[in-house]
Design a binder for this molecule. Sequence first.
Ligand code: AQP
Length: 329
Amino acid sequence: MTDKLRVFSGIKPSGDPHLGNYLGAIRNWVADQERYENFFCVVDQHAITVPYDPEELRRNVRQLVAVLVACGIDTERSVLFVQSHVPEHTELAWLLTCNTPLGWLQRMTQFKDKSVGQGESVGTGLLTYPALMAADILLYQAAVVPVGDDQKQHVELARDIAGRFNSLYGETFVVPEPVIRGVGARVMGLDDPTRKMSKSVAGQFHAVGLLDEPKVIQKKFSRAVTDSQQEILFDDNRPGVTNLLTIHQVLSGLTKEELEARFVGKGYGDLKKELGALVAEALAPIQQRYAELTDDPQVLDRILVAGAEQASVVAGQTMERVRQSMGLR
Ligand code: AQP
């Protein structure tokens, strides 16, 4: 037993993990391992709500688990596991779906965005997956859920679902709090700084992968979209340069004023070159650990088995209570 607050964090294996995932999420998860009792989950069942390739999914799951460990997730201190390895997630998701009004799901902005143009052929899972996400969180009785601002609405839904369930069937779930990070909370695409950097967006120059080689990283930054102005300043009306400066700020730890002063009289080329080197340097130790870790596939197999066992203990206890509360036992 521990008196630390329990945290649930998920990441979707929908493609190669990128700098946005690292700066907006993984880096903070690593830093907070001492502060919280952590459950880190590779949410593979969220990655199947849109068309996908099974072979690629298998590869992405293993790659992502290895990247998380390489970034510093310590499996001695935190529980790291794959969602589908703990079947209670889908069991609870169904029970929660039956207790979630349709209107609550239909008003989720992500569903509205992602279903555009698909009409009635849109996968039902895209509509109901926030109930699965609620199950992920509630299964571990998490008090805190760190998320990007785009996921805040889903954590609020999980709160509503927990509250409704507790009032219908008696106190069963901890009602979770979303926590949004400050600087670096949102890294934008290098090819289009008005869109969030995403794993699933196509385009060679969109995202910086955590496993990209230094020269690829340099090349991607050299192609980053900026604007036709000269000064290098943080400016909400200039998303390209602001995105580059924000990435620099998170990695270098410099203040906005220090960064702006550093680039007075210099051009975008200087900023991009320096940033490319800074990012490559930050990713080098991660890539080194990743190479060591994946050298022997059995190491990863053992991590996956141990993680699922640890997660199952808590998930099993919650499910027993839920089944009792709902009259299923
Ligand atoms: N661009 C980003 N900037 C900052 N944080 C980000 N995160 C994702 N993209 C950025 C954060 O990473 C964590 C894991 O995210 P996820 O993989 O579960 O889901 P996502 O936000 O949908 O990530 P992607 O990369 O955009 O995937 P796709 O393309 O499949 O939708 C979360 O904490 C997220 O906020």
